[in-house]
Ligand binder design. Structure first.
Ligand code: FES
Length: 174
């Protein structure tokens, strides 16, 4: 890492994970002279840090010689990029047409009741983040729910409760 990056890391964010910032600084150094490298850097930064807080976006902007608004514009454009800490597990309820008409809406209510969070939020214990999707490719067996990378089909409320319990008990790892 060069002197400039080290300085940026130190100024990056009080209370942020300095080690992670340093690691991301090394990645910025690798990519900074390459055209169109912002998305790759953001991907890798999120992989390391878990999400992309404003301080980290600013750090990346400095490192790549971009403005914060350029970086933030990309972060907010792609749903993949997260600006808040994510739960250990992400529960995605499909609200595409097939799932919606076969009970997806009820599953959304079940999650709200069960976890006490709204779409886009994370439980206080950091265990679950709740999102909705448009279609996860399992329309034939709707309604579908995805937890992390695992798709569950023909899910009803009882099944959803059992799935969540399984993750809560750590019977399925992240
Ligand atoms: S609409 Fe839900 S899987 Fe396609």
């Amino acid at each position: 890492m060069d002197g400039k990056t080290v300085t940026a890391a130190k100024n990056g964010c009080e209370g942020c994970n300095q080690e992670a910032f340093d690691e991301i600084g090394n990645i910025i150094d690798l990519y900074k002279d390459k055209e169109g490298s912002l998305i790759q850097v953001l991907h890798r930064a999120q992989g390391i840090y878990g999400y992309l807080p404003l301080e980290l976006q600013s750090y990346i902007a400095d490192g790549l010689g971009l403005s914060l608004s350029e970086v933030s514009g990309v972060v907010t454009f792609y749903p993949f990029f997260k600006t808040k800490p994510q739960g250990k597990h992400t529960i995605s309820i499909c609200m595409g047409t097939a799932c919606y008409v076969r009970g997806g809406k009820k599953l959304v209510e079940t999650i709200r009741d069960l976890l006490g969070i709204e779409v886009g939020e994370t439980t206080e214990d950091g265990m679950f983040t709740f999102v909705v999707e448009r279609c996860i490719g399992a329309c034939g067996l709707a309604p579908a729910v995805m937890v992390d990378d695992t798709v569950y089909r023909q899910v009803d409320e009882e099944m959803l409760k059992a799935i969540i319990e399984k993750y809560r008990k750590g019977e399925v790892s992240a």
